[in-house]
Ligand binder design. Structure first.
Ligand SMILES: *[C@@H]1O[C@H](CO)[C@@H](O)[C@H](O)[C@H]1NC(C)=O
Ligand SMILES: *[C@@H]1O[C@H](CO)[C@@H](O)[C@H](O)[C@H]1NC(C)=O
Length: 318
C-alpha cells in the first residue's frame, strides 16, 4: 500500500468513528453520558493501516465508554528519545511495525463537552432511563483527615484577607552554593535549625522588594491553624503569631540595607491533640552593604514546646 493512501485513511477514520462532523454525538436528544458505542473502532482501524506515516494523527475511543483521546503516532523504530510531556503508549500492529503514540490533550474530542440541559420537569424521565446506583468499594472510601497534627505534618497557615491556606515554611539550602529554597514546609514537632545563603544582584532592589528580608513576612497577615482543618476555617482555629520586638522594614541608607532579617526563631507551644496553642517569633537583623554580589546568610529555627497545662497534668498523673 502506498503511503499517501495510508495517510488518507488515517485522517478519514477518526471522522467516521466520531460521527457526523460538527455534531458531537450526545448533543441531540441523547444524554451526554451515553455516546454511541463505537468502542475500539478507531484504535483497531488505525492499528491495521499498513505503512502508517510518521506524524499520522488519529483518535481512539477506549472500550467501555469514556473520553476520546487524540494521538499522534510514528513508527516505533523511528523514536530515539521521547521528551514529550504527554502520555505515550505503543500499539502493536499485527504483521507490521509497532507504533509509538503520543496522546495529545484535545478537549474538542471530549463527548462530555456540551452536555444537554436537563430541565427539572424532565428529570424523572432521564432518571428512569439512565439512573443507576453508584457505589464505592470499601477500599476507595476516602479516609477523613484527622483533625490533629502528627509529627512531621506540615503546619498549616491561613491568610485571612485572601482566604489562602498554605504551610509554614522553613527555608533550607540546596546544592554546593547553599542557596535558600523557600518552599520547604516546616514539620510539626520537628524542632530544628536550618541555614542558607541569599545572593543579591541588585541590593537596593532586593532591600525594598524581597519578602524574605522583611521580618513582617514571617508573622504578619497570616495565622497558624491549631489543627489541620482544611474546609471551614473559623477564628477559634487560628493562632496569631506574636512577634517579639519586631524590627522595622528593611530600607536603604546610603549603600547599606538596614534591618535585613538574618535569623528567624519560632517558638511553638503545643498541647497534644489540641494542637498548637501559641506561636511567637523572634528575629535577628543585620545591615548589609555593597552594590553587586553581596550576600546574606540566614538562619531559621523552629522550636516546639509542650504546654505547661499538659505538663502539669502529666506530672499529676504520675
Ligand atoms: C537596581 O534596582 C534599582 C531599584 O529597582 C534601580 O533603580 C537600579 O537601576 C538597579 N540597578 C542596576 C544596576 O540594575
Ligand atoms: C544597622 O544600621 C543602623 C543605622 O546605621 C544602626 O542603628 C544599627 O545598629 C545597625 N545594626 C547592626 C546590627 O549593625
Amino acid at each position: 500500500m502506498d503511503g499517501a493512501r495510508g495517510l488518507l485513511l488515517a485522517l478519514l477514520l477518526p471522522r467516521l468513528a466520531a460521527g457526523t462532523p460538527g455534531t458531537p454525538p450526545g448533543t441531540a436528544g441523547t444524554p451526554p453520558t451515553t455516546p454511541p458505542d463505537i468502542a475500539g473502532t478507531r484504535g483497531t482501524a488505525l492499528a491495521t493501516i499498513p505503512g502508517t506515516l510518521p506524524g499520522t494523527t488519529g483518535s481512539f475511543r477506549p472500550s467501555g465508554g469514556g473520553r476520546s483521546v487524540s494521538r499522534v503516532c510514528v513508527e516505533q523504530s523511528l523514536v530515539f528519545r521521547s521528551n514529550t510531556p504527554y502520555p505515550t503508549d505503543t500499539i502493536a500492529v499485527p504483521g507490521g511495525h509497532d507504533l509509538f503514540c503520543v496522546q495529545l490533550d484535545d478537549s474538542k474530542l471530549n463527548y462530555f463537552r456540551q452536555p444537554q440541559d436537563i430541565k427539572e420537569s424532565h428529570f424523572l424521565k432521564f432518571l428512569e432511563k439512565y439512573g443507576r446506583h453508584s457505589f464505592l468499594a470499601p477500599s476507595q472510601v476516602q479516609p477523613s483527615v484527622p483533625a490533629f497534627y502528627r509529627a512531621g505534618d506540615p503546619i498549616l497557615i491561613y491568610f485571612d484577607s485572601s482566604s489562602v491556606l498554605s504551610t509554614l515554611r522553613q527555608p533550607v539550602k540546596v546544592g554546593a552554593s547553599g542557596l535558600c529554597v523557600d518552599g520547604n514546609p516546616a514539620g510539626f514537632l520537628d524542632s530544628k535549625s536550618t541555614s542558607c545563603t541569599r545572593i543579591f544582584a541588585n541590593l537596593s532592589k532586593s532591600c525594598s522588594t524581597d519578602p524574605a528580608l522583611d521580618a513582617a513576612s514571617y508573622y504578619r497577615d497570616f495565622t497558624v491553624l491549631k489543627v489541620p482543618i482544611n474546609d471551614i476555617i473559623v477564628q477559634s482555629m487560628q493562632v496569631k503569631v506574636s512577634a517579639v520586638a519586631p524590627p522595622g522594614a528593611p530600607h536603604m541608607e546610603h549603600n547599606t540595607c538596614i534591618n535585613v532579617v538574618s535569623e528567624v526563631i519560632y517558638e511553638i507551644e503545643f498541647s497534644g491533640t489540641h494542637g498548637i496553642q501559641s506561636v511567637s517569633v523572634r528575629f535577628k537583623v543585620s545591615n548589609i552593604s555593597g552594590n553587586s554580589g553581596s550576600s546574606l546568610q540566614q538562619h531559621f529555627t523552629l522550636h516546639f514546646w509542650v504546654s505547661a497545662s499538659v505538663l502539669s497534668r502529666l506530672l499529676l498523673s504520675l
